[in-house]
Ligand binder design. Structure first.
Ligand SMILES: CC(C)(COP(=O)(O)OP(=O)(O)OC[C@H]1O[C@@H](n2cnc3c(N)ncnc32)[C@H](O)[C@@H]1OP(=O)(O)O)[C@@H](O)C(=O)NCCC(=O)NCCS
Length: 190
């Protein structure tokens, strides 16, 4: 792990970091890379009610509204929470969601853990470090393993997963709600 990854912390999304998050959205980054309108929607939500926006990012009891999928359909929200990566500046996000009492996920949920690093902070080991720090949270809700899904061409994300003990389970086709592309499913034992 690089020296800069050692200075990285995962923080609960909060007002203190919100201006930096907004700046990242305005610079063209968005955790949701599938829905083009996602960044504009988030900026509008933050403008409307920042506290509601922040509360939705920390939702271990699934109180938020249903999740909007890339094809426009909706799916029930799972319990989950986001953490922001911070090294003195905003670096990206990682999120974790789960189905209570089972490691199984609905087919429309692309894995237990997702992450995205802002382009100007990539290649420093941040995603690898963030995933390592999220695994104890998954263990704490009782999961025996987590699954992560990547595009077949996303070699950087695959290296992040294998560096954390991930093993390839299968190549599969995403459901139609998620666009039908081929993807890889990995599993990390906890
Ligand atoms: C994938 C992503 C999260 C990686 O973040 P990061 O902080 O740069 O990742 P790290 O620095 O921890 O490690 C990346 C690993 O991939 C490698 N890598 C980076 N870019 C690469 C590329 N284009 N091709 C191949 N390997 C690459 C790095 O060398 C490193 O491997 P190593 O530790 O064996 O040297 C980041 O590129 C990103 O946010 N992408 C867009 C969103 C995304 O794809 N999220 C994952 C969805 S499954």
């Amino acid at each position: 792990m690089s020296l800069s990854a050692e200075t990285l912390v995962l923080v609960k999304p909060a007002r203190l970091y919100l201006a930096a998050y907004v700046d990242a959205l305005q610079r063209g980054w968005c955790a949701d890379t599938v829905r083009e309108e996602a960044a504009a929607e988030e900026l509008a939500q933050i403008e409307r009610d920042p506290d509601v926006f922040l509360a939705r990012l920390d939702d271990p009891h699934a109180k938020g509204p249903p999740v909007r999928l890339p094809d426009g359909s909706v799916s029930p929200r799972l319990p989950g929470f986001h953490r922001w990566l911070w090294d003195g500046a905003f670096c990206g996000m990682i999120n974790f969601r789960w189905s209570p009492g089972t490691p199984a996920l609905p087919p429309t949920c692309p894995g237990h853990i997702g992450y995205s690093i802002v382009p100007w902070k990539r290649g420093r080991g941040y995603a690898t470090a963030a995933l390592a720090r999220m695994l104890p949270e998954a263990r704490a809700v009782g999961l025996p393993y987590v699954e992560l899904v990547t595009d077949t061409a996303n070699v950087a994300s695959q290296r992040v997963i294998t560096a954390n003990g991930g093993v390839l389970v299968e190549r599969f086709t995403r459901p139609k709600e998620l666009g039908c592309a081929d993807a890889l499913r990995f599993r990390i034992a906890l």
